[in-house]
Design a protein around this ligand. Structure first.
Ligand code: FAD
Length: 387
């Protein structure tokens, strides 16, 4: 294999893409302006989605989630906590949603089963004792740095180079074909050019900015969400409200903390997200309904980060209406050869996103190399630091 590919971004999408490329034999260079997972991937809710959350409104994304959830369990067990999730009815309106929810899960292939309230309370003793119903699903929790580092460690073992603190500041063109990127080392300020046959833009909520540098458009809509973590792990499992996805309807346990989330609003600049005070109040109110006394653990952090959602024509873009599925753009159709963007999706679906992007690259180059990332187990995240 003589083709070389540059991947912009070392979040979950870029990391999984580097792994897939390296496994198919490409020469790979990842350029990341910060540390690995310093964008959205390092600061999200960390829910390994079963797809239950999207089964009603976004079945395409729900199916992607359950399929990838099962694959990730096989290939990166070290990065996951397989603790399941409970969808709980907090009031009559939630309760009336239950049958439709169970039917939607079945339709999407998500194993969901109702369990007695008494059993749910025995499993989660801090949960509001007045819940009316509980449904168990195969949700889980991932550790976001291990998640990205496992992909990158395996990519490195297969020959990839990972350059952190290396920011793409421009594209290098030969005619209308992208021939590489100009990068700035953020520690020294030095600039240099890295050449490549193909560049993959995996810059998450920044992918619109990156595409604009090459003079093309990507309909990515940075959509922020606030989360609040407390210094006590109140729940063993992921707790979701049994209803359509909304604000403050999920508490994810992460190590020794519990994180309530989230809200959803469109932002112009993913690097500057002021946290609205009313979002914080709303989340704390809603957390109390799940777990009375939630804040008694002491607030550890209030943080916000932007989702890279893909816009659709004619759909109001406040965030909740937009699908959580992903898209791959070959910018040859915009008149720029050699540049591909992969964006949207979830961290849970990063492997599938990578598969799609690398399939597009192979098709462009006339190569038939099958994807093997479904089967190949990833190295430990620790291997990333070993040389
Ligand atoms: C509030 C919230 C909660 C979420 N919760 C979950 C969840 O529980 N489960 C789940 O599966 N998903 C969740 N998501 C979605 C998930 O976090 C994202 O889909 C995923 O992290 C996107 O990964 P990415 O690699 O595409 O983007 P990013 O992780 O943002 O990676 C892009 C990288 O590109 C780099 N970059 C930008 N510009 C440049 C440049 N010029 N040069 C070089 N590098 C550059 C950035 O530094 C960044 O590291 C959540 C999202 C939000 C906002």
């Amino acid at each position: 294999m003589t083709y070389s590919v540059i991947v912009i971004g070392a979040g979950s999408t870029g990391a999984a893409t580097a792994h897939d490329l390296a496994l198919r034999g490409f020469r790979v260079t990842v350029v990341e302006r910060g540390e690995v997972a310093s964008g959205t991937s390092g600061r999200n809710h960390c829910l390994l989605h079963s797809g239950g959350r999207y089964a009603m409104r976004d079945p395409e994304s729900a199916r992607e989630c359950i399929e990838e959830n099962m694959i990730l369990r096989r290939i990166m067990p070290e990065a996951l906590e397989l603790n399941d999730g409970l969808f709980v009815a907090l009031d009559e309106q939630d309760l009336s949603f239950k049958e439709r929810f169970l039917a939607a899960c079945e339709e999407c292939g998500i194993p969901a089963r109702e369990i007695p309230v008494k059993q749910a309370l025995a499993m989660e003793p801090h949960l509001n004792p007045n819940i009316l119903a509980a449904v168990q699903v195969p949700d889980g929790v991932f550790e976001p740095f291990r998640f990205c580092l496992s992909f990158l460690a395996t990519a490195k073992q297969n020959g990839a180079t990972v350059l952190t603190y290396t920011e793409v500041v421009d594209f290098v063109f030969q005619g209308r074909t992208v021939a590489g990127v100009r990068v700035r080392d953020r520690r020294t300020g030095e600039e240099r050019v890295i050449g490549g046959d193909i560049v993959i833009n995996a810059a998450g909520p920044w992918s619109g900015k990156i595409a604009a540098m090459a003079g093309v458009d990507v309909p990515v809509i940075p959509t922020a969400g606030v989360m609040i973590s407390v210094g006590r792990r109140w729940n063993r499992m992921v707790l979701n409200r049994l209803n359509m996805p909304g604000d403050g309807d999920i508490i994810v346990p992460q190590r020794r903390t519990a994180i309530i989330g989230t809200t959803s609003w469109r932002v112009e600049d993913p690097d500057f997200i002021p946290i609205p005070e009313d979002h914080v109040r709303l989340l704390l109110d809603r957390a109390e309904r799940f777990i009375p006394g939630y804040t008694r653990g002491g607030i550890r952090g209030i943080f916000a980060v932007a989702r890279p959602l893909v816009g659709r024509r004619g759909v109001a873009a406040d965030g909740r209406e937009l699908s959580r599925t992903f898209e791959c753009f070959d910018h040859a159709v915009d008149g720029v050869e050699g540049l591909v963007t992969i964006t949207g999706g979830k961290m849970t679906t990063a492997r599938a996103m990578a598969e799609k992007a690398v399939d597009v690259v192979c098709a462009k180059l006339g190569l038939e190399i099958p994807c093997r990332t479904r089967e190949v187990p990833l190295l430990s995240y620790r291997a990333f630091f070993a040389g």
